[in-house]
Structure formats: structure tokens, C-alpha cells
Design a protein. Structure first.
Length: 172
């Protein structure tokens, strides 16, 4: 068994081999490193632009996590329900990661339940809309980030949201 750490969310994973994605934040395999090689990257100062983008990202991720929580609760198809539930947890981990980057305390449990639709098809379409918005936001924010660590996290978040977009698109 080996111990890995995610460069995006800092969470540890124990397994025989490196996971394809972080089990906590969904980051692709390339962000997983052996724990013995992991080094936390601290951000000494943030530009106003990066701070504004990170604070906006918290709001965006809270909204998405709540939406997915609601969509999982009303889902009729078991696979769709499981997908929405998993994505809700991933989005909540994004909130925790961004809060840590901003030096904010970890929020309590993410109990906010957002708004959703009554049918799986409507919620899958809304998931596509939300994930498309997230990808655009993170792509643009990453271009504007001057801090290496902030840019790395924003690029990874865009990749993760693209994965979510692909999952919701396949189910439509």
C-alpha cells in the first residue's frame, strides 16, 4: 500500500496504486503525488483580482453543491442519484480547498440545499448549464491569476468541472 496526497485539496489517499482522480476533490491523477514527496504550497499574498475570484468561486461552489444535493434527493434513476450525490460532495470539498487558500476557517457541514427541478432530465440539463458556467469562470480566473498556486488550483478546478460536464452530458 502507498499513501498519496492531492496537490489541489491536500487530502490523503491510501491504495495499491495512484487513483485516476482524487476521491475528495476529483482532481485528475496528475495532481496526485506520493505523500513522501508532497509539500504544501503556501500563498504569502494574494492579488485583489485572485482574492475576488476565489471568493466568487466559494459562492459558485456552494450554489452547485446545494443544487446537486437537491437533485440527488429528487432523482428517480439510481445512477443519476449517485452521480449527483458524489458531485455534491466534490463541490463541497472545493469550498473547503478555496477557504483554506484564503486563510478562512473550514465551514461546518455543507447542509445548504439549493434549488432543483422535479425530473432527472431537467436536473441533468441544469447540471450542464452550471458546469459550463463553472468551466468558463475557472478558465478566465486562471488566466488572470498571477500566483502560481492559485493558477494551478483554478486550472484543476476547470478540469474537474469539465469532467462533471462530460458526466452529465452522457446521462442526457
Amino acid at each position: 500500500m502507498k499513501v498519496y496526497r492531492c496537490r489541489i485539496c491536500d487530502q490523503a489517499y491510501v491504495g495499491v496504486r495512484k487513483p485516476g482522480n482524487c476521491a475528495f476533490c476529483g482532481a485528475p491523477e496528475k495532481y496526485m503525488v506520493l505523500a513522501k514527496n508532497w509539500k504544501e504550497e503556501m500563498i504569502s499574498t494574494l492579488t485583489d483580482v485572485s482574492e475576488k475570484h476565489l471568493k466568487s468561486a466559494i459562492d459558485l461552489e456552494i450554489e452547485c453543491s446545494g443544487f446537486y444535493r437537491c437533485a440527488a434527493r429528487v432523482a428517480h434513476d439510481e445512477e443519476v442519484k449517485a452521480m449527483f450525490c458524489a458531485i455534491s460532495r466534490v463541490e463541497a470539498e472545493h469550498v473547503a480547498t478555496i477557504r483554506r487558500m484564503l486563510g478562512l476557517p473550514r465551514a461546518g457541514t455543507m447542509e445548504h440545499e439549493g434549488r432543483c427541478y422535479p425530473t432527472d432530465a431537467q436536473n441533468l440539463a441544469e447540471a450542464r448549464r452550471k458546469e459550463t458556467l463553472c468551466v468558463s469562470f475557472y478558465d478566465e480566473a486562471a488566466k488572470q491569476a498571477s500566483e502560481k498556486r492559485v493558477r494551478e488550483v483554478l486550472v484543476a478546478l476547470a478540469e474537474i468541472e469539465r469532467d462533471h460536464l462530460a458526466m452529465s452530458s452522457r446521462k442526457l
